[in-house]
Ligand binder design. Structure first.
Ligand code: HEM
Length: 400
């Protein structure tokens, strides 16, 4: 048994991978380094099999120990916990974010999308990121938490200030992040206190959690950590996913025409666009004990990067993995897997489906603004575009 997987030969540093413009090549380089290898930031698992194994064995690959390295002042509920504590949190939260609950928000989300689109359809061009992909998830969060819509731009400001935050990806926060984190924290504390004083029977997530009187109910600290995590995990992920999805559709007219002429393809299109270019590349874990995998031993205490975006293109799992096929229905790890599988996946999917449906109904023909080449910032926590200028015939259909 080889005690230590050799550092990958010929693998560039992560920061130097061609992630900005050519993720197909970047993911190939990682895959070619091996299904399990020792990178500069710990061990990397890149094959579909090992990614699945790690995600489904939290007793070996600990999230809690990965988040302990960050040292968050708040309990990051539920991501920073392992079973059995984690199981309790999921049991409490699951009923509020399952498919049936999420479906009840769908008309509201459709209307938010329509209103945002009203402001640019007549113009014939827009920045999809600034005008739709950034404000929509912030508005959805405010709706879900029963917060006033006027707070949208403040919330977006805090979210921007926390981008690349180690709360999700490890490392040390900057002074600015600490300041912004404290502002968001104060805002959430204030709001939770107000809502606790005036329980109004509201149906939003926070109202329901505050009204919970069972033995299992969340403490105020846990509620704060959860709210904080929802801002970190639920805003920029959807923004990034929409930005790369629209970049792909705008660059490949065949795909956008397929959606415009046959909207029934939208549910599988959302999955395929996430499989192909999801925003999350690595999930952090720490080995709780020596782990034998692929003929190697990962020593206890090692940091492990679970490369979900690379596994999503594993040729052992997908035919032509680097091709987008909007009708493909194959499992992917863009929302993770195992007990930590994304808690907001139903909501995220619904937001993306509503945007694709409303956009293609009103703007079936569009393309990248002349001369624009989509480039993602790298290295960052998430794969997404800062801007996506699109052009289309002005005065497309009005809101439904
Ligand atoms: C396209 C959008 C999204 C993507 C690609 C995404 C991706 C992920 C991934 C990969 C994980 C697993 C993390 C891990 O195993 O360490 C995760 C967890 C999580 N996500 Fe999402 N997410 C998205 C949207 C959302 C939204 C909209 C929300 C909230 C409303 C949300 C809330 C969460 C929470 C709370 C967790 C932690 C779950 C747990 O630890 O049990 N996410 N997400």
């Amino acid at each position: 048994m080889n005690q230590d997987p050799s550092p990958a030969q010929g693998m560039p540093r992560f920061a130097r991978l061609p992630m900005s413009e050519n993720r197909t090549e970047a993911y190939r380089l990682i895959r070619d380094a091996g299904p399990v290898f020792k990178g500069r930031r710990g061990y990397v698992l890149s094959s579909s099999d090992y990614v699945e194994y790690a995600l489904k064995h939290p007793e070996l690959f600990s999230s809690k120990r990965a988040f302990d390295l960050v040292g968050s002042p708040l309990p990051m509920v539920p991501i920073a916990f392992d079973p059995p504590e984690h199981t309790r949190y999921r049991r409490i939260l699951q009923p509020f974010v399952g498919p049936r609950k999420t479906a009840r928000w769908q008309p509201r989300v459709r209307s938010l999308v329509g209103t945002l689109m009203d402001s640019f359809v007549q113009r014939g061009h827009c920045d999809l990121v600034a005008e739709l992909a950034v404000p929509l998830p912030a508005e959805v969060f405010l709706t879900l938490f029963g917060l006033p819509m006027e707070d949208r731009d403040r919330l977006i400001g805090w979210k921007e200030g926390l981008l690349g935050s180690p709360m999700l990806s490890g490392g040390q926060p900057t002074e600015d992040m600490i300041r912004v984190g404290a502002e968001l924290f104060a805002y959430l504390v204030d709001h939770i206190e107000k809502r606790r004083r005036h329980l109004d029977g509201a149906e939003d997530l926070l109202g329901r959690l505050l009204a919970d009187t069972s033995d299992e109910r969340l403490s105020d600290d846990e509620l704060l950590g959860l709210s904080f995590l929802f801002v970190l995990a639920g805003l920029d992920t959807v923004t990034s996913a929409l930005s790369t999805a629209f970049a792909a559709l705008a660059a490949q007219p065949r795909l956008r025409r397929q959606i415009a002429t046959d909207p029934s393809v939208i549910p599988s299109a959302v999955e395929e666009l996430l499989r192909m270019d999801g925003p999350v590349v690595f999930l952090p874990r720490v080995a709780s004990q020596d782990i034998e995998l692929g003929g190697h031993t990962i020593p206890a205490g090692s940091e492990v990067q679970v490369a979900i975006a690379v596994a999503n293109r594993d040729p052992a799992e997908h035919v032509d993995p680097d091709e987008i096929d909007l009708r493909r229905q194959e499992r992917h790890y863009a929302f993770g897997g195992g007990p930590h599988r994304c808690l907001g996946s139903h909501l995220a999917r619904m937001e993306m489906r509503e945007v694709l449906a409303e956009w293609h109904r009103r703007i079936p023909d569009y393309e990248l603004a002349p001369g624009f080449t989509p480039r993602v910032e790298w290295p960052t926590g998430l794969v997404g575009l800062d801007t996506l200028p699109l052009v289309f015939p002005p005065g497309a259909a009005t809101a439904a």
